[in-house]
Design a protein around this ligand. Structure first.
Ligand SMILES: Cc1cc2nc3c(=O)[nH]c(=O)nc-3n(C[C@H](O)[C@H](O)[C@H](O)COP(=O)(O)O)c2cc1C
Length: 176
């Protein structure tokens, strides 16, 4: 069975909570998911998985979360060709409407440079913001979560996205 590697960085716990929710939902579909916090776990482990799920909040007005920042240069040495990667982000659409979810774009483009294919894009419906580097062709380059303003929507957004991922990762036949 294909294993999924789920990597996240989180400064105040919101991305970590989402990572655990996503892991639980995937496991409930019979999939194996290994969870890594990039604060301590090496990002080179990404190379061991065909399917990657990566969580990143946007911090400091369009900047990388600290632990992703500390690993940013190391990402340049990874070989990710042939892998599928799905991103999820935490952001604050009211507080930072001009840089909302910028890191979905920063990390997404970094992964593409390393050869990965991005999946799991989602609609911007239900969000209000001005600009985002995390939007491409009118869609978020992954799952957008906003626990600061819409925490009550997170569980449902995660559930719908996990269903989408199972299809886009091509894992439906293997899920038990
Ligand atoms: C100083 C500061 C700057 C922030 N900058 C942004 C930003 O530019 N864009 C955005 O979408 N969210 C921004 N946020 C909101 C965080 O992304 C949000 O609180 C997120 O849930 C934090 O995730 P974490 O708990 O996993 O670290 C900022 C928050 C703070 C406190």
């Amino acid at each position: 069975m294909a294993k999924i590697g789920l990597f996240f960085g989180s400064s105040t716990g919101n991305t970590e909570n989402a990572a655990e929710l996503i892991q639980k939902d995937l496991q409930q579909r019979g999939l194996e998911v290994d969870l890594f916090n990039v604060m301590a776990d090496p990002v080179s482990k990404m190379q061991e998985y065909d399917c990657l799920v990566l969580g990143i909040p946007t911090w400091d007005i369009g900047e990388l979360q600290e632990d992703w920042k500390n690993n940013w240069d190391e990402l340049d040495s990874l070989q990710l060709a042939g892998k599928k990667a799905a991103l999820f982000g935490q952001g604050d659409q009211r507080g930072y409407p001009a840089t909302f979810q910028d890191c979905l774009g920063l990390l997404g483009n970094k992964l593409r440079e390393r050869g990965a294919m991005l999946v799991g894009f989602t609609s911007t419906d239900g969000f209000e913001f001005d600009e985002s580097l995390g939007v491409e062709d009118g869609k978020f380059m992954g799952l957008s979560l906003d626990d600061d303003n819409q925490r009550e929507l997170t569980e449902g957004r995660v559930a719908a996205w996990v269903e989408q991922l199972v299809a886009e990762f091509n894992l439906a036949a293997q899920a038990g």
